[in-house]
Design a binder for this molecule. Structure first.
Ligand SMILES: [Zn+2]
Ligand SMILES: [Zn+2]
Length: 309
């Protein structure tokens, strides 16, 4: 039975996800000031700053995240920056880490192949537009994330290129040119930042109808119209939550399975052999029976070490 509806309760914490490709003249100086701001607000998370922009995800008390958003929007460079906001019960990061890097999202593109999304990028589609585009004929949906992210959840019918490095992506495009030529190519990633360059890269390789999901999976799940429709599984996030719900429609399902018994298992665990630490799906029953190990080798590895042999 449904319990009585109660008014929504404001959660004590929020998680913010945001990025902006914009020229930052002196990233080192910016970082110094920005670290002070984050520390004074008691935020935790990961922020990368570069001369091409900012990429961040932070958690903090709701009052502090509100102040952070305000402070960022007061800066003309970030006045238009969109924050994707999740409610949380507490911090989802152990500490604050803020760094300067050449690339604000690690794609491993050499400088000569790098993409400026302000110059070339795919057409941005809102969640509703993206959903409608997926229903059209002659559409290819490309998952712009890593394989372990796609394993936890992805759009129905999406292709996961399984490439370790974006540097290899042009070659992948050439190898698959036959299947891609003349199609509408849709790309998506977690929050939209990787697709800014990925869709630009696809256009640079000579494909014309290239689209990207604006705001990524996270925004797609929050959109009141699509409510995550046709996203299957959970969205991988780089914090203590690991996976977050996206699909709030009847098309919701679990796509990951226990590696031992094959039952549906939506939660990642890390193989307990420290040298391995691979992210694996093992259901609670099998964790009890086999332990949280990816293989016999890893299980025996740890047993031997603990026995001191
Ligand atoms: Zn199992
Ligand atoms: Zn292992």
């Amino acid at each position: 039975m449904e319990s009585e509806l109660s008014p929504p309760v404001a959660t004590p914490f929020q998680v913010l996800l945001y990025y902006r490709y914009v020229r930052i003249e002196n990233p080192e100086a910016f970082l110094k000031e920005h670290r002070q701001l984050c520390e004074s607000l008691g935020l935790r998370g990961r922020i990368i700053v570069g001369d091409e922009g900012i990429n961040g995800t932070v958690s903090g008390p709701t009052e502090a995240t509100g102040k952070y958003i305000e402070a960022m929007h007061d800066d003309p460079r970030f006045a238009e920056m969109e924050f994707k906001i999740d409610d949380a019960e507490g911090h989802v990061f152990p500490k604050m880490s803020i760094k300067v890097r050449d690339e604000i999202v690690r794609l491993g593109l050499d400088e000569e192949f790098d993409i400026d999304p302000n110059e070339v990028t795919g057409e941005r589609l809102s969640p509703a537009e993206f959903y409608r585009k997926m229903q059209e004929e002659e559409v290819v949906i490309i998952d712009g994330r890593n394989d372990y992210e796609a394993e936890l959840g992805r759009f129905k019918n999406a292709i996961c290129p399984q490439i370790d490095n974006f540097r290899d992506f042009p070659e992948w495009l050439r190898d698959h040119a036959k299947e891609l030529r003349g199609k509408k190519i849709l790309t998506y990633c977690t929050g939209g930042i990787r697709c800014e360059k990925l869709s630009g890269l696809i256009r640079k390789e000579g494909f014309d109808n290239v689209y990207q999901l604006d705001g990524g999976i996270v925004k797609y799940g929050k959109d009141p119209e699509v409510r995550g429709r046709d996203f299957e599984g959970l969205c991988y996030v780089f914090d203590e939550r690991v996976g977050v719900e996206v699909n709030r429609t009847e098309t919701r399902k679990v796509i990951s399975h226990c590696r031992y018994c094959g039952t549906e298992e939506p939660r990642y665990g890390n193989c307990k052999w420290p040298e391995c630490n691979e992210q694996i799906f093992v259901c609670p029953g099998c964790r009890e029976e086999h332990g949280l190990f990816c293989s016999n080798e890893c299980r025996e590895g740890l047993a031997k070490r603990e026995a001191g042999t």
